[in-house]
Design a protein around this ligand. Sequence first.
Ligand SMILES: [Zn+2]
Length: 430
Amino acid sequence: MRLIIHRGTKEIGGSCVELKTSNSRLLIDLGMPLVNKKGEPFDSKILENKSLNELKELKLLPGITGLYKDEVKTTDAILISHSHLDHYGFLKYVHSDIPIYMSEGAKQLIKISDIFTPNKVGPINAKVVAKDKRVKIGDFVIIPYLVDHSAFDARAFLIEAEGKRLFYSGDFRGHGRKSILFKAMVDNPPKGIDCLLMEGSMLGRDKQLYENEDAVQAKIAKILRKRGNITFLFTSSQNIDRLVSAYKACLRTSSIFVIDIYTAFILDNLRKVSTNIPQFDWKNISIKFLKYHADMLAKAGYRDLLFIYNRSKIDMFEINRKKDKILMLARDNSIFPNIFKNIDNSKGSTIIYSMWEGYLTEEFKQYCNQKELKIELVHTSGHATLEDLKAFAGALKPKVLIPIHTFEPEKYPDLFNNVRVLNDGEVFEL
Ligand SMILES: [Zn+2]
């Protein structure tokens, strides 16, 4: 089996791995980068109005033949580990006959992102892989594992071909709501791994503010108990673990969790994956309607749902009346100041900033200062700590460990055994 990491040996984001046997070819992930060649944030506008040829010439797309829409197809399948854009964002360029395997959760979330967000992939040939269910693609046998990550229903993959076994960790952690999966993997790891591709997002990052999702939940509840004024929660609506933590904190403190239509739609669609996910019609949940979201949902053909969601609607008048009992989901966008200005006597309100601190801009901090809006950082990472990475690598005992999805590959040899640092595009024979 031949391995090429087209992108991701020395960066977080844009992951793309190619596996080849004498008869078959498989890709794992085809993400949009998070940084450009200078290490600055990747601006997806650079992709607009460019032909596939231009994108290939500019090396924005990985140099793989037989993959893209304008080529003769020679790629048998693509596996997508999870629904973060840096793992699937380039699927829109892929030949429409290539099957794309992913979890049901990832399929739903990619569909929803296509409705509500600017980075769309369009129609894709999606096929669902259930956890632990073997899939045979050409020479490859794939065993998908459900893993704990901030993306819902994320997968790692064990791939066997030509007598070799490769494990792709995807993005994972051991301290989320599904930490039991991590423990199960470490206690009972797959055996005889020839090659492990392991993420290392946390290497080089500061120590975590909160150790795990439970600590985040406890802190949210503590803030809500103070009940000074309205509390906002800034987080991704696709971070289901975090929404569950927030909802549980609301239940503990008899608070109302106010979500938006976009979030209600996400939760509603993930019912088919798990019945434990809070829903818009559960107690202590209300929906604040935003015209922008309602219009997008209607345009996508879901107008009927708006009537159903309307039963759980909360308006500004009621929000003001109950504001000291409300945790309202929001984000740093153009909508937030419009909501905030409608809060009567907003002094003493709090934002629980529950996402990576790197997203918090100086501009927004200043805005909060002016408005006497207090920011509390309450977050835990979607990625494994060094301790968990060590436990993971120690359990799988690969013959070769190759760094991926990290800005610090050169740290691996000091931290783990049998490390081989590759370059993007380098061919590695297993
Ligand atoms: Zn991820």
